[in-house]
Write a protein that binds this ligand. Structure first.
Ligand SMILES: Cc1cc2nc3c(=O)[nH]c(=O)nc-3n(C[C@H](O)[C@H](O)[C@H](O)COP(=O)(O)O)c2cc1C
Length: 169
């Protein structure tokens, strides 16, 4: 799949087959994450890969949607704010770094016939408890990973004229 088709094919999948994800596909997704650029190459993130059925079930406490906690794999993208680059005015780039990592994950997944769904509306404290995330790290995004059991909807996006400014505002 070329890149143009890949970005169009990625969508937020909210139904997954039970079929397990092959370990080599999980590894390919993780390698794509590892290749992500991060500010000053600090790589201030961890990816928690949850395949254990009991822990996946417990993730109901973090985000109570059946399509999420029954998916064959749940990924948690965790930022390590103490490790990331900070601009001289204090702006912290940890969320940006983690978002790029997750974007690599979601796009690589599509190329492998898999699907994902960004989830930010989760309970961070419950996620910390369930996944034993250390206090100095922060869960930034969750996503199921698995074979899609639904179909993409047409993309609704603003026209380029509303999104792009040529030269200056
Ligand atoms: C940062 C971020 C957070 C999101 N959080 C959620 C979420 O908590 N639950 C959910 O169902 N979808 C979530 N989404 C999915 C968006 O609703 C979705 O990406 C958007 O509607 C565009 O649809 P598409 O991904 O199918 O192209 C999130 C997406 C992003 C980028």
């Amino acid at each position: 799949m070329d890149f143009k088709d890949l970005v169009q094919a990625r969508y937020s999948c909210r139904a997954y087959h039970d079929r397990p994800v092959e370990e080599e596909k999980i590894l390919a997704v993780l390698e794509a994450a590892r290749a992500a650029p991060t500010a000053a190459n600090r790589q201030p993130f961890r990816l928690v890969v949850v395949t254990d059925p009991h822990i996946r079930g417990s993730m109901k406490g973090a985000y109570n949607r059946g399509w999420f906690y029954t998916a064959p794999v749940i990924l948690a993208a965790v930022g390590a704010p103490g490790e990331n680059w900070v601009r001289s005015d204090g702006k912290n780039y940890n969320d940006v770094d983690v978002a790029i990592v997750m974007d690599h994950v979601t796009l690589q997944a599509v190329e492998l016939g898999l699907a994902t769904c960004w989830i930010a509306d989760f309970d961070p404290d419950a996620t910390r408890d369930i996944l034993h995330i250390p206090d100095h790290m922060e869960p930034v995004a969750l996503s199921p990973l698995g074979y899609p059991a639904d179909s993409p909807r047409p993309k609704r996006r603003k026209p380029l004229e509303q999104l792009v400014i040529r030269d200056h505002f």
